[in-house]
Write a protein that binds this ligand. Structure first.
Ligand SMILES: [Zn+2]
Length: 646
């Protein structure tokens, strides 16, 4: 049997199972799923269980659509749809768009629930009357240029997407003998933080989990071919595979140290899929375009251009938590909530029919945050666990959360009362939103902490927050409900958007400034720092991770003077008289206790444990500790180590 016949066999099987009155005219692969185009779409929905039954029989997700010649003319359909959707759903006139390639109509609404209707009743009515299948998208409550841009790109490139997904589906559904072995190779982010990448191989499949860069100053641009030596990029050149042998790239979350190298793969000819959650896709667009701008601005050569990022976005196959997806014929991927940032997922891989199961945590938080639920601990099976160790060292026990919040608020209000300014440098995605929630909560509920001064937001924080409002279902219930009821904490009146000159803000009286540029390696935060460092009344608060060589770490370690390039590009000495504080307890990473709790709570327990994503001593210590506690094999591999599992 040829590969072609093998593929068609599955499609024919689906076709045969579709009820005859629905009239299946065409069945095709669409990435990991199967799309069925029928002549009479209402017939298939007569019995709810029909699609579920077929789906279970072929172990594929089914997407049901109308044959293009059965669709109502878009102008007429538009009027029908407008009439069916209740006005308070918040659908803009340009929010309804038809995609003939997919026989779908995209409806963007502030309240998707009202477009869907009770039990999907409004959607069904749209299908019955127009034959178009609606796809409902949530409009963020704040303006988001990134979401607009990404959605526009997907819509504009429908023809490309259809072709790409069709080809991908045929590759996933492949014939051949079963795999006999499984191995994993550490390509980056082992005994270090940054450039995370793990290659999973069988004799039939090759998959990368994450592909990041080292987010350090000075080595972010430049030549990728000597990546190994200057520690900036993963050791991809050591793989016995070329970029195009890769079946898939699986992204755990949208931080540069996990995804910053993916566009480079596209620049060098990768044409396969990138799996991630829908919010990760939007956050990736935000951060990757910004990375290019930042490197170019600082006089460096970005590793790749905007067209490579665009190429990556067009190859993304978004998957929600809990959706089981065949990334190759023998490897199934499922994301579980990782609690680290919006859309972050732990990766569960099921290889072969029950042959081997791997969980890689990416970055994860197993503890309370105001923004997200804590990481999931339930998996079907875990043979090997790869776990992050950022704060896995013996001394990495953070203050309890309540105390951390009080420390933060006291430090801020003390400085403000004293006539000083407070700068909090933050990663735009994650910690920023967490800190906004803390400030908003104390200001609203405790008169003692009414600061009486502006709280400025500068840099990408605003756009990152806007993206959060498009995915409330990924957030903790209380925040979700506030966004859904038009009371989003990110739009609270206590926050002011920094407009115009940063100097103006520095010239005015006391204020709190939340600025992006987490480790002070550039961005808005560094600009403020230059203007604030010399005044002893001012306060700089670190709440997140500062990598070993970052400016943030040097300042945190009480450097009294630093040289920084001024506006003319020349270095000038800046005296640091401002107070410097580190308030722990807000991290999006688990501290040591939380990591141990997480591993103990895992059901089922992992048989083998590998630590990663931490400084060398922390990875080693954590591996020893977890091995002792769990009575299991546990170790900390180095980059380039290969582990054979089967
Ligand atoms: Zn991260």
């Amino acid at each position: 049997m040829s590969e072609e016949e093998y593929n068609n066999e599955l499609l024919d099987k689906v076709k045969g199972l579709i009820p005859s009155d629905a009239g299946a005219s065409s069945v095709e692969f669409e990435g990991p799923d199967v799309a069925v185009y029928v002549d009479n779409i209402p017939a298939i929905y007569k019995d709810e269980s029909t699609i579920r039954g077929i789906s279970a029989a072929v172990k594929k997700r089914l997407i049901i659509r109308s044959m293009p010649n059965k669709l109502m003319e878009p102008e007429e359909a538009l009027e029908k749809i407008k009439a069916l959707i209740p006005p308070d759903a918040g659908v803009q006139p340009e929010g309804i768009r038809f995609s003939p390639e997919f026989s779908e109509v995209y409806i963007e609404a502030l309240k998707p629930g009202l477009v869907i209707g009770k039990g999907g009743s409004t959607l069904m009515q749209i299908i019955r009357e127009t034959r178009w299948v609606p796809r409902v998208l949530r409009q963020p409550t704040m303006n988001s240029d990134v979401i607009k841009g990404v959605r526009q790109l997907m819509f504009k490139e429908s023809t490309f997407r259809k072709k790409f997904l069709g080809g991908l589906g045929r590759k996933i559904n492949r014939m051949g003998a079963k795999s006999e072995w499984v191995k994993a190779t550490a390509l980056g982010g082992f005994k270090e933080v940054g450039r995370s990448s793990l290659l999973i191989e069988t004799n039939r499949s090759k998959i990368l989990i994450d592909c990041g860069i080292m987010p350090e100053p000075g080595i972010r641009g430049g030549d990728a071919n000597n990546g190994g030596e200057n520690k900036a990029y993963p050791y991809l050149d050591s793989m016995n595979v070329t970029i195009n042998d890769l079946d898939a790239v699986i992204l755990t979350h949208a931080h540069m140290d996990h995804m910053g190298f993916i566009p480079y793969l596209f620049k060098f000819g990768y044409t396969g899929p990138v799996y991630c959650t829908p919010p990760s896709r939007d956050l990736a667009a935000l951060l990757l375009y910004d990375y290019i701008r930042l490197v170019a601005k600082s006089g460096g050569t970005p590793l790749y251009g905007e067209k490579d990022v665009k190429s990556m976005l067009m190859h993304i196959v978004p998957r929600d938590y809990g959706e089981v997806t065949n990334v190759t014929d023998e490897i199934k991927l499922t994301y579980h909530n990782a609690g680290h940032i919006l859309g972050s997922g732990t990766v569960h891989l099921h290889i072969g029919e029950g042959m081997y199961n791997i969980v890689s945590t990416g970055d994860m938080k197993y503890g309370f945050t105001r923004l997200l639920n804590e990481a999931d601990t339930r998996y079907p099976r875990i043979d090997s666990l790869f776990i992050e160790s950022t704060y896995g060292g013996p001394n990495d026990i953070t203050t309890n959360r309540k105390q951390a919040e009080l420390d933060l608020m006291n430090a801020i209000s003390g400085t403000v009362k004293n006539g000083g300014k407070v700068l909090i440098p933050l990663f735009a995605v994650g910690r920023s939103q967490e800190l906004m929630l803390v400030l908003e909560n104390y200001m609203a509920n405790d008169p003692a902490y009414k600061l009486g001064c502006p709280i400025y937001l500068d840099g990408m924080i605003l756009e990152a927050s806007a993206i959060h409002t498009a995915y409330p279902e990924y957030l903790r219930m209380g925040i979700q409900q506030r966004i859904l009821s038009n009371n989003s904490p990110f739009e609270s009146e206590i926050f002011e958007v920094a407009k115009g000159e940063r100097g103006d803000i520095l010239d005015k009286g006391p204020s709190v400034i939340l600025a992006s540029g987490g480790m002070l390696n550039g961005g808005a935060a560094l600009e403020y720092f230059k203007g604030m460092a010399e005044d002893p009344k001012n306060l700089v608060i670190f709440v997140g991770y500062n990598s070993v060589n970052s400016l943030g770490r040097r300042i945190q370690n009480k450097a009294s003077e630093i040289a920084l390039p001024g506006e003319d590009g020349k270095l000038s000495q800046i005296k640091i008289n401002a107070q410097i504080r580190t308030v722990e307890g807000f991290s999006g990473h688990s501290d040591r206790r939380q990591i141990i709790d997480f591993v103990r709570s895992l059901r089922p327990s992992p048989r083998k444990i590998f630590t990663m994503h931490g400084e060398e001593s922390k990875c080693e210590d954590l591996a020893r500790t977890l091995g002792n506690i769990m009575h299991t094999e546990s170790r900390s591999p180095m980059n380039l180590d290969t582990m054979r599992f089967k």
